[in-house]
Design a protein around this ligand. Sequence first.
Ligand code: PEP
Length: 248
Amino acid sequence: MASRAKWVVGNWKMHGSLADNAGLLESIAAAPASGARIGVCVPFPYLVQARDVLLSSSVAWGVQDLSMYPKGAYTGEVSAQMAVEFGATLAIVGHSERRTYHREADDVVAQKTLRALEAAITPIVCVGETLEEREAGSTEQVVGRQLDAVLAVLDAQQAERILVAYEPVWAIGTGKSASAAEAQAVHAFLRERLRAKSAALDAVTILYGGSVKPGNATELFGMPDIDGGLIGGASLVADDFLAICRAA
Ligand code: PEP
């Protein structure tokens, strides 16, 4: 089995203030290194603050979205290159909140993934089914389609540089995580899908996201195909986030 990088990445969503972020970032920066790489994806205005606090630490920082275009007349958009100027090395793409509230289709997510890679940013490609889709038995069809749309635009080397995050929509922010067995089953499916594209993609890190807490992280991260987590709510509380990082 390929050795895969473990990652725990916080997704702050639209939370924070300069004052609140300061303590959180300082606690994360000061935490002793664990087996997993740690990152935080912050709102764009806080990139400078994240860079200033995290620069001398081993913690990576990044963004929660970026434009599908490299530059141009796209009011309100932020390009991958702009994020790089602030030291961003991570970008979440295709989060279900972007897919749902901003109607981001699979081909848009694929283009965003490409823009990130071109800028030497590691994209965290999110896939996940809604409750309705799960109950209809179409989980694999949905996450397979979402992943394939991204893989279709990447060459072999680019595909090796992505992270994938399985985030069942029904588990995000609901307090109801997928069970470790449910998550493992989808991760194993995604792993196989990656391998079908190229044996080298066995090394792609697949994170689980959806109501990960200190109390369920160890069991989730103990599964063979779960390589860490993408953490929403619990990433805003330093003690919780650090406990989750230690579990990975
Ligand atoms: C997320 O939004 O990426 C997420 C996993 O959220 P939460 O941990 O709050 O469910």
